[in-house]
Design a protein around this ligand. Structure first.
Ligand code: UT7
Length: 377
């Protein structure tokens, strides 16, 4: 009998750089104050990459404890998704570096959807597992967003920080993992949060550096308005899609962009602010690492337990947003069972057939070449 597959969050990890920049440090760099930053954003300090931190090294540092907790090694992985807007290089995708550094032997891709990237990644990975295509998937959010910050621009430099966090998903027959999700995009607002140069439209030039066009430019008020609207609307829709009510959610984990956006969201949801997890005071906005980092810390602090229902929402450049309702814990499918699930069995059979056909073709290639040569002569 067909049994529905779920994608259980089975392991998690985080990495935050050691170097701290406080609001007091920023007072010495730009015309700002601890009071302004605290009142307008809720941020007290943020972490900035150290000399040896790269996007890939941070992703790996977050992934290793996640794999260990899930009882897996890198070779057990079927897929790696690294979500980021600040890869080590424009090419290759940082996901391939992470795959190699971990010693994994599977497909890997980089996913970019602004600060919403990791939630997009979680929904994507869940779909692969639910379909029976894959069993074990690593989803990482890793961000060295400080590389694109102009530390003379007080509107952006007070907000952002660097971090990485990762989860490992494994199949389960019990309702767990992502129960419902919503992925959203409104590209008409693309210029509200924008790096003008460095892409194919405006490659980097001398003018780029002169005018600081390689930095993040943000119309804070526009993004604020968008976020304040979308948070409650999307949460309500996604919670309803899971067959739940806002009161059924044990903990809300919002993108850590601005404490005032969270206040507005809680009010519109008619939920107590205490149900909204916040660690913005410690890290600021770590872009796509923000939601997984908050989730990992909520777990570490015992704010979440097996069976709890969690609603997570991220928003950012695009403008994009992404929301998931997740149930923690419960049940796992033994590897033997999942291997013989219908979808997986079909997949394995198809791969085996293709491998045999590839082998036969490769073996026959010299013969074809020989026949062609005879024909040509
Ligand atoms: O993950 C990506 C998503 N990004 C976001 O969610 C960001 C959303 N936007 C925000 O969080 C807020 O709009 C900001 C924190 C960026 C700005 O707060 P605000 O309350 O919207 O301030 P504002 O832009 O309306 O500016 C108010 C005043 C301005 O001065 P005047 O024109 O009134 O004299 C700004 O120049 O505050 C000034 N200001 C600052 N003052 C001290 C702007 N940044 C600073 C600063 N320190 N760092």
């Amino acid at each position: 009998m067909f049994k529905e597959r779920y994608a259980k969050i089975s392991g998690w990890g985080k990495y935050v750089p050691e170097h701290v920049i406080t609001n007091k440090d920023l007072e010495k760099m730009v015309d700002t104050s601890d009071e302004w930053i605290t009142q307008r954003t809720g941020i007290k300090e943020r972490r900035i990459r150290g000399e040896n931190d790269t996007n890939s090294s941070m992703a790996v540092a977050a992934s290793l404890p996640a794999l260990e907790m899930a009882g897996l090694t890198a070779v057990d992985l079927d897929l790696i998704i690294v979500c980021t807007s600040s890869p080590d290089y424009l090419l290759p995708p940082v996901s391939s570096q992470v795959q190699d550094m971990l010693g994994a032997n599977c497909g890997a891709f980089q996913l970019t959807a602004g600060c919403s990237g990791w939630v997009y990644g979680l929904a994507t990975a869940t779909s692969f597992i639910k379909s029976g295509m894959y069993n074990n998937i690593l989803v990482v959010g890793s961000e060295i967003i400080s590389f694109a910050i102009d530390y003379t621009d007080r509107q952006t430099c007070v907000l952002f920080g660097d971090a990485a966090a990762a989860v490992v998903l494994k199949p389960s027959e019990e309702p767990s993992g992502v129960l419902s999700f919503e992925l959203g995009s409104d590209g008409s607002e693309y210029d509200a949060l924008h790096v003008y140069d460095g892409g194919s439209t405006n490659p980097v030039s001398a003018i780029t550096y002169e005018q600081g066009r390689h930095y993040i430019h943000m119309d804070g008020r526009r993004v604020f308005k968008f976020a304040s609207r979308v948070v409650a609307q999307s949460l309500k829709r996604t919670i309803a899609d899971a067959g739940l009510f806002p009161d059924d959610i044990d903990l809300y984990i919002p993108h850590q962009a601005n404490a005032r956006i969270v206040d507005a969201g809680a009010r519109l949801m008619r939920q107590p602010l205490e149900k909204f997890y916040m660690n913005i005071h410690k890290y600021g906005n770590t872009s796509t690492a923000s939601v997984p980092l908050a989730m990992v810390e909520a777990l570490e602090e015992g704010r979440l337990k097996e069976g709890d229902k969690v609603a997570m929402i991220a928003f950012g450049a695009g403008l994009t947003w992404a929301t998931v309702v997740v149930q923690l814990g419960v049940g796992e499918i033994s590897p033997a069972h999942s291997l013989f699930s219908t979808g997986r069995a079909q997949y394995v059979a198809k791969r085996a057939r293709e491998t045999v056909l590839d082998g036969v073709q490769a073996a026959l290639l010299p013969l074809y070449t020989f026949i062609e040569r005879i024909r040509d002569n």
